[in-house]
Design a binder for this molecule. Structure first.
Ligand code: UTP
Length: 290
């Protein structure tokens, strides 16, 4: 079945990005000239999906404003004949059918995704974790996962190898290779204590799920960090139906932490048509004195 819907949970408190995230949603943090969440919406659209649900919470209304029209700004750009910027601004609000729902209590990623139940209905859907930006790759990461969902008819997670130290912060998966960069997954664990990891592959930022994940979320108890974890519901799915893991081709940046934001900015800036050249020269000069 074709994947036609996507969900972006963006309601978390973002404590790793304090103090910025105190009043600015971390999903609105700037990467060169766009907020992180715009890259996610662009990835979804490039994957052929037009219906998107963004899960927000109190203090995150700038996310809605960003994808809305801005008549005063547009009029000013019209008067100034700044057509390129005008088209760019209007395009942001027409990129996709974007819906919003608020998570009233911040009880975890699994709890956030449960808010998509009526939007999703009886269809498979993609989930893009709001602070994981993926660039490059042969095709958009979301599309890579959707294709495997369509191939196997099973839930799919995006995976990559990470350092043993990072593994304790993510979810480790039990894998069996079944194709080029494609794996069968039969178990997983969220934030594994040292020695309890299944492999050095971690789930990073993307999954495509069948609608029966909501039955599993309904019975998922608070897990690591006292939060209702999406991984715990997916673990149930992996054990009953098995899942698929895709080592996606793009590079992933964790824009929920300070170093990840800087790395994403540096690498995107180097490729940026407007500032890339000057920035490269600046970096080369700076590096001489490091
Ligand atoms: P994270 O665990 O990275 O987000 O969740 P967090 O809890 O905001 O971050 P820290 O650890 O305090 O810094 C991954 C994604 O899931 C969303 C977050 O907004 C983020 O985009 N999320 C998390 C929710 O929507 N609701 C939640 O209850 C938790």
């Amino acid at each position: 079945m074709k994947v036609k819907k996507a969900v972006i949970p963006a309601a978390g408190l973002g404590t790793r990005m304090l103090p910025t995230s105190k009043a600015t949603p971390k999903e609105m943090i700037n990467i060169v000239d766009k907020p992180a969440i715009q890259y996610l919406v662009e990835e979804v659209v490039a994957s052929g999906i037009e219906d998107i649900l963004i899960i927000t919470s109190r203090g995150k209304s700038t996310i809605e404003d960003h994808f809305d029209r801005s008549p005063e700004l547009e009029q000013k750009l019209v008067r100034a004949r700044r057509e390129k910027e005008l088209n760019e601004m209007v395009k942001i609000s027409h990129m996709a059918n974007i819906h919003f729902v608020r998570q009233q209590e911040i009880l975890g990623l699994g709890h956030a995704v449960y808010h998509a139940k009526s939007f999703v209905g009886d269809e498979p859907f993609a989930v893009l974790y709001g602070d994981d930006v993926i660039f490059g790759g042969n095709v958009p990461a979301c599309l890579e996962l959707c294709r495997e969902y369509e191939n196997y008819g099973l839930g799919v997670v995006g995976i990559k190898t990470v350092t043993p130290q990072d593994l304790t912060r993510y979810s480790s998966v039990k894998i069996l290779p079944i194709g080029n960069k494609v794996f069968q997954i039969t178990d997983m664990i969220e934030k594994p204590p040292k020695g309890q990891e299944f492999s050095n592959y971690a789930i990073l930022g993307r999954c495509v799920l069948p609608p029966n994940i909501f039955d599993m979320l309904e019975i998922t108890q608070p897990g690591a960090g006292g939060e209702i974890q999406l991984t715990d519901a997916m673990k149930n799915l992996a054990k009953t139906d098995t899942m698929i893991g895709v080592d996606f081709s793009g590079k992933r940046y964790d824009t929920g932490n300070k170093l990840g934001v800087i790395q994403a900015n540096v690498e995107i800036a180097l490729k940026h048509p407007e500032i890339g050249g000057d920035f490269r020269e600046y970096l080369i000069e700076l590096a001489k004195h490091l």
